[in-house]
Ligand binder design. Structure first.
Ligand code: ADP
Ligand code: MG
Length: 242
């Protein structure tokens, strides 16, 4: 069985089927781009995997463990971490404090000195070593993004969900961000990344899955997915069969 299995996931909001029967699988260590026009259900799908929202139907498993039906804290313990489309750090806390929290609540439930060590390693990994005692609120935007990634890494996830983590970076920051994600992927962590920047998707993801109106419309090697007529039509906002 694949490492992550999403089988028939559905999320309805009233009459809207934001995720409408999505099935896809990721192998361990894979990095896959999750694409689709605005409002196609990408963030909602991420929310179903992380448990931020309960699924209306379907089943999601990680390494054979059922995630659907578990509380988000249990899903974090099972090895799932994510970043948010809009950065969420705790501005009045220091960087170490920000990153110790997920070390405590993550896969290995570190405490005290061990949590501090894991937090330090995560800050180091994203390039924030030496800034430990700064408060998150004084960081620049890219450094807040780094911090958010460090928070996800401190949970020591086996599955990392990135929701447009590269958005809003300038061209040189984008290259740094791509290099950082590549390092994570090479360390063996499985990554599902929502991303609009095709340069980044092409550079990082051998495979892409594409959503439109809650459904999966492509699951293929990235170049093939991007040149699929249904995908091009979805991005142009036209019906695929027009
Ligand atoms: P994407 O991330 O692909 O831009 P989303 O998953 O955020 O798309 O949204 C998919 C659809 O679900 C959109 O129509 C959006 O308005 C709707 N939606 C998302 N979250 C909620 C919510 N909490 N309540 C109601 N509708 C929502
Ligand atoms: Mg989104």
């Amino acid at each position: 069985m694949s490492f992550l299995v999403i089988d028939g996931a559905v999320k309805t909001f009233g009459g809207l089927r934001a995720v409408d029967g999505v099935s896809l699988s990721l192998e361990q260590g894979e990095i896959v781009g999750l694409l689709g026009p605005n409002g196609s259900g990408k963030t909602t799908l991420i929310n179903l995997v992380s448990g931020a929202l309960p699924a209306s139907d379907g089943r999601i498993t990680l390494d054979g463990t059922r995630l659907t039906g578990l509380r988000p804290d249990r899903i974090a313990r099972a090895g799932v971490a994510r970043t948010f489309q809009l950065v969420r750090v705790l501005p009045s806390l220091t960087l170490t404090e920000n990153v110790m929290i997920p070390a405590v609540f993550g896969a290995h439930a570190h405490w005290g000195a061990a949590a501090r060590r894991v937090a330090g390693e995560a800050l180091d990994r994203v390039g924030l070593a030496g800034r430990e005692t700064a408060t998150a609120g004084e960081l620049t935007y890219i450094d807040q993004k780094r911090l958010e990634l460090a928070r996800a890494l401190a949970a020591e996830p086996s599955l990392l969900l990135l929701d447009e983590w590269l958005a809003g970076l300038n061209p040189s920051e984008l290259l740094e961000g791509i290099a950082l994600i590549r390092e994570l992927a090479q360390s063996g962590i499985t990554i599902l990344m929502v991303e609009h920047i095709m340069e980044a998707v092409r550079a990082l993801c051998p495979r892409a899955v594409v959503m439109n109106s809650g459904r999966l419309i492509a699951d293929a090697p990235t170049e093939a997915a991007l040149s699929d007529p249904a995908v091009i039509a979805a991005y142009l906002g036209e019906p695929a069969d027009a």
